[in-house]
Ligand binder design. Structure first.
Ligand code: NAD
Length: 339
């Protein structure tokens, strides 16, 4: 049987990516929705043939506990709302996928992990690139040291953020900003390419060029991750500039992706030539892999602990930017990425 997924929050990502991806999955299907907007409920109900009994709003959400059609709740809300809905989903006895970044701070992450453990349900983070073959190749080349020891990593992710999601600009429920939103991919890319966890970070905010748009959040941030063997990852995240790259320079050559973090059209090169790798429907692979873990009773490769590690690193980056000091990250969760 295909596991039933309920999407919570029908914004850009659910509508543009996850719902279409769920039409390509083999182990799971779109079974329900949770939305506060009646118009969206009507539209989704007819477009995806969702039965009325599988449609919830934020007040009726907890009743999902009594619905056997829903095996997995996928939280696709603004970042500051992730913790509440993951915990409520776990209490309702459902397995959970939570979008990135996992939460606003490490304490919330731990509460989410604990809630899922207590309910004996799996928690995974919506880290689609772990199921994407170009990024898997970066993991393989880096971790196997195919080009020798990596000396330097460059990870850059920037987009010009419009006003379509006010929370991304720190308004309303907040929880936005480029470090959390797109910088998290640089953190992951650097870690899974190097195969080590940073022991310290430094960071510096970009100068603010649009004081109105960036009154509540950083416009951009340069940050460096320091690995135990001395390798540095030079990272950059922005909401006011475009870049999309993951590059590793090693003793015997280099390898890189550009774009590295997109939904499609990723391209890879090494010092020996082009990577001949096909693009795949990333979110379909990600959701199928999680459903498969549940069906086969195996742990997910992108668990809550991985999300917590990255949130701890984000917190350290903000502290480093605030204090101007190098901040130790030796206490972050010591969990490494697997493809
Ligand atoms: P969005 O603003 O388009 O959608 C957010 C949804 O939450 C909207 O439908 C909105 O109505 C709903 N919502 C419910 N209560 C709300 C409240 N109080 N304030 C604001 N919105 C409220 O955002 P999105 O782009 O769909 O992002 C949602 C989540 O998905 C975020 O955590 C984001 O980081 C993540 N995301 C992940 C990826 C990825 O590649 N993995 C890509 C895009 C977004």
């Amino acid at each position: 049987r295909k596991l039933g997924i309920a999407l919570v929050g029908l914004g850009q990502y659910s509508e543009g990516q996850l719902a279409p991806a769920l039409e390509k999955t083999t182990n799971c299907r779109l079974a329900g929705i949770v939305t506060g907007t009646p118009d969206k409920a009507e539209k989704w109900k007819s477009k995806y043939s969702i039965p009325e009994k599988n449609i919830y709003d934020y007040k009726t959400f907890d009743k999902i506990a009594d619905n056997p059609d829903i095996d997995i709740v996928y939280v696709v809300l603004p970042n500051s709302m992730h913790a509440e809905y993951v915990i409520r989903a776990a209490k309702a006895g459902k397995h959970v996928i939570c979008e990135k970044p996992m939460a606003m701070n490490a304490e919330e992450c731990q509460q989410m992990i604990d809630a899922c453990k207590k309910a004996n349900r799996q928690l995974s983070i919506g880290y689609r690139l772990h199921f994407e073959p170009h990024n898997q190749e970066m993991m393989r080349l880096g971790q196997k040291e195919t080009f020798g020891k990596i000396n330097r990593i460059v990870a850059e992710n920037g987009q010009v953020q419009d006003e379509s999601s006010p929370w991304r600009l720190g308004r309303g429920v907040g929880g936005g900003g480029p470090v959390r939103d797109v910088g998290v991919y640089c953190i992951q890319g650097a870690i899974y390419t190097k195969g080590q966890i940073p022991i310290a970070v430094t960071a510096r905010k970009h100068p603010v060029t649009d004081t109105e748009k960036f009154s509540k959040i950083e416009e951009g941030m340069d940050f460096s991750l320091y690995f135990p063997d001395g390798t540095i990852a030079a990272c950059k995240a922005s909401f006011n500039d475009k870049y999309n790259k993951l590059r590793a320079e090693a003793a015997k050559g280099w390898f890189e992706l550009a774009p590295a973090y997109a939904y499609d059209g990723l391209e890879g090169r090494t010092s020996q030539g082009k990577m001949e790798i096909e693009n795949v429907p990333q979110q379909a692979h990600q959701m199928d892999a999680f459903a498969n873990c549940i069906l086969q009773n195996k742990p997910t490769t992108v668990p809550g602990e991985l999300g917590k590690r990255d949130v701890q690193l984000i917190e350290a980056i903000f502290e480093a930017a605030r204090t101007g000091q190098k901040v130790s990250t030796k206490d972050v969760v010591q969990v490494l990425d697997k493809s």
